[in-house]
Design a protein around this ligand. Structure first.
Ligand code: NDP
Ligand code: 8X3
Length: 253
């Protein structure tokens, strides 16, 4: 039974990964800031899969000291981590650079880049002890292209793209697989967070098209994890059929 630590498990892609991997008999360490959401997800999963083993970890990935200490102080039974899914992330605002909000920039850089690094550094010593270690980084089409007003969010996801490659090099001596799953539009709380609770604006992002959902990504994560020991999928780009690139979208599809 493999143990997976998922950051950003309280919502969207992370929560879908948790449910999907629970069905496949993985042991789950679920991390996020919102404890009530993690508790609710745990109950939902246990209702469906009563024997699933779940450990909740309340974590703000932006805080290195607390992240390192939470992972160091995991109960012994939860220290055998085989898989890290670096999923916690967010976008804040959609403004041209000249009008950008410094707080928004800091939140994105601190979460998407520094947080991902903090968690990876803290979990790596445990992964090195695993027989089938694997890191999955949730990147984005925004890490492959830059779109108008996406500036800092795109920069953070380009950084994830670079770190994904860097991790594969640095962790090669330890046999740690490293994969980037880069989605296009996925309907989660992502746009609500980007537009700071403006649900109408968030909904309009997906108007007239069928976006991906969290489970579409979770199934891909599950496939990536199910490859034999000698096979690693380096990276993967997945978009809704209605999306051809970061900006070219068919809203009648
Ligand atoms: P959601 O907003 O639904 O989920 C984001 C998750 O990240 C939540 O569980 C949130 O938990 C967690 N999170 C945010 N900040 C922190 C923090 N400081 N510490 C710990 N956890 C944090 O969005 P998605 O599921 O869509 O996003 C997941 C990942 O997918 C992100 O990295 C995003 O950039 C990426 N992505 C999303 C796409 C989309 O179109 N939705 C497309 C491509 C990539 P909590 O608030 O409880 O801490
Ligand atoms: C999130 C999706 O369209 O903002 O990474 O790049 S998008």
């Amino acid at each position: 039974m493999r143990t997976v630590l998922i950051t950003g498990a309280s919502s969207g892609i992370g929560a879908a990964c948790a449910e999907t991997l629970a069905a496949e008999n993985y042991r789950l360490i679920l991390c996020a800031r919102r404890e009530d959401r993690l508790d609710a997800l745990k109950l939902t999963i246990l209702r469906k899969y009563p024997t699933c083993e779940i450990h909740i970890m309340v974590l703000d990935v932006r805080d290195y000291e607390k992240t390192a200490s939470a992972i160091e102080n995991l109960p012994n039974a939860w220290k055998n981590i085989d898989i890290l899914i670096n999923n916690a992330g967010l976008s804040q605002g959609l403004d041209p650079i000249q009008d950008g909000d410094i707080g928004d920039w800091d939140r994105m850089i601190d979460t998407n880049v520094k947080g991902l690094l903090y968690v990876t550094k803290s979990v790596s010593p445990l992964l090195k002890k695993s027989k089938m270690p694997h890191i999955i980084n949730i990147g984005s089409i925004a890490g492959k292209e830059v779109y108008p007003n996406g500036n800092v969010y795109c920069a953070t996801k380009h950084a994830v793209d670079a770190l994904n490659k860097a991790m594969r090099i640095d962790l090669l001596p330890f046999g740690i697989k490293v994969t980037a799953v880069n989605p296009g539009m996925v309907e989660t709380e992502f746009s609500e967070v980007r537009f700071k609770g403006d649900t109408d604006k968030a909904k309009s992002v997906y108007m007239g098209l069928t976006p991906l959902n969290g489970f579409d990504i979770a199934e891909i994560v599950s496939f990536v994890l199910s490859r034999p020991a000698h096979v690693n999928i380096n990276e993967l780009l997945v978009m809704p059929t209605a999306q051809a690139s970061g900006t070219i979208i068919n809203r009648n599809c």
